[in-house]
Design a protein around this ligand. Structure first.
Ligand code: TRP
Length: 335
């Protein structure tokens, strides 16, 4: 079985975008892969995080992942900072990756914004840490959203340069797993922007903790256009908001936009939004209640995460020890 690694940021609540774009795909991969899933708190602090909030959000994100159906008995779920190997390998990768490579990363440019001088150096080397996350486990398949594709290419460049420089065939090539449906859930207010927990408007997203009334209101207010739903997918090309709602509907029903249009062509957005709301409430309500149940017993949750960290470290430590030996460290540390 191929090994899957993926990570999710704990910053600030989880959205429908996280569910359809990431976690739901993780759940599907569990059947025929060996999976390691990680809440990436080390990545989170590349931008400022209030410590108490970070602690709470990391546990919440772990609970959400479990509530969505990740099975900690068959696979591994843990918090990134609890396994030292990530930071250790990231340091080596900081010395492998070239400044020129990092300068091309579009996410850094977006996140740093205009005031680049005051961005943290962690934000700049963020992709090196992400490469370390994956390579510390010799994982070969990585489910991510389309926006992370460039980071995976960088992770492959790092592996190749490491192998080349040290004359080994140690780090394998990574294959992105970018699933078509639901891979991109966009803002409900602007169909050209990704649905994000950092958007100042709560109306722009469905949170996995939203109750039925909130979901109904947000979908009712979601931006659309005055035309009815078309019969062909091509006709959605210039209608980003319509395309987004159809995409969400398709992802939630495990179908595709063409079948959704088959069923709803000619309908106005009123009835379509009602159907979408019902679907969302049916799918998300059980996730919200299971998340709350898991969070109500933090002792059980932290035990589960501690065991995940031990199992993760048992895989990563020997690999990172070997990488350290390859670069020429004497290696007297007891493992
Ligand atoms: N950068 C990823 C994101 O923002 C999260 C992430 C961190 C990740 N490490 C990873 C994803 C390793 C896949 C593999 O979505």
């Amino acid at each position: 079985m191929q090994r899957v690694f993926s990570g999710i940021q704990p910053s600030g609540g989880s959205t429908l975008g996280n569910y359809l774009g990431a976690i739901r795909n993780w759940v599907k991969l569990q059947d025929d892969h060996d999976c390691i899933f990680c809440v990436v708190d080390l990545h989170a602090i590349t931008t400022w995080q209030d410590p108490a909030a970070l602690r709470q959000q990391s546990l919440e994100m772990a609970a959400v992942v479990l509530a969505c159906g990740v099975d900690p008995a068959r696979h591994i779920l843990f918090l990134q900072s609890t396994v030292r190997a990530h930071a250790q390998l990231a340091w080596i990768f900081n010395c492998v990756a070239r400044l020129g490579w990092l300068n091309r990363m579009t996410q850094f440019k977006d996140k740093a914004g205009k005031d680049r001088e005051s961005a943290s150096s962690g934000l700049y080397v963020y992709p090196n840490l992400m490469a370390a996350d994956i390579h510390a486990y010799h994982a070969t398949r990585v489910p991510v959203g389309d926006d992370q594709r460039q980071h995976l290419e960088l992770a492959n460049d790092i592996a190749q340069k490491f192998n080349h420089d040290y004359g080994v065939d140690f780090f394998p090539n990574i294959e992105p797993v970018i699933l078509a449906t639901g891979a991109r859930v966009m803002s409900l207010r602007d169909g050209t922007k990704k649905m994000s927990k950092s958007d100042p408007s709560d109306q722009s997203r469905i949170n996995l903790s939203d109750d039925a009334d909130t979901i109904a209101l947000k979908i009712r207010r979601a931006k659309t256009d005055p035309m009815p739903l078309p019969s062909e997918v091509e006709e959605l090309a210039d209608r980003p908001e319509a395309r987004n709602l159809v995409g969400i509907y398709a992802a939630l029903t495990d179908s595709d936009p063409a079948s959704v249009l088959n069923e709803h062509a000619g309908q106005g957005f009123g009835p379509f939004k009602n159907a979408l709301t019902e679907l969302l409430v049916t799918k998300l309500a059980p996730i919200a209640s299971e998340t709350n149940r898991l969070l109500s017993d933090q002792g059980a949750l932290t035990d589960l995460l501690r065991s995940g960290a031990e199992r993760a470290a048992a895989i990563a430590d020997p690999i990172v020890n070997e990488a350290e030996r390859l670069v020429g460290f004497v290696g007297l540390r007891k493992s």
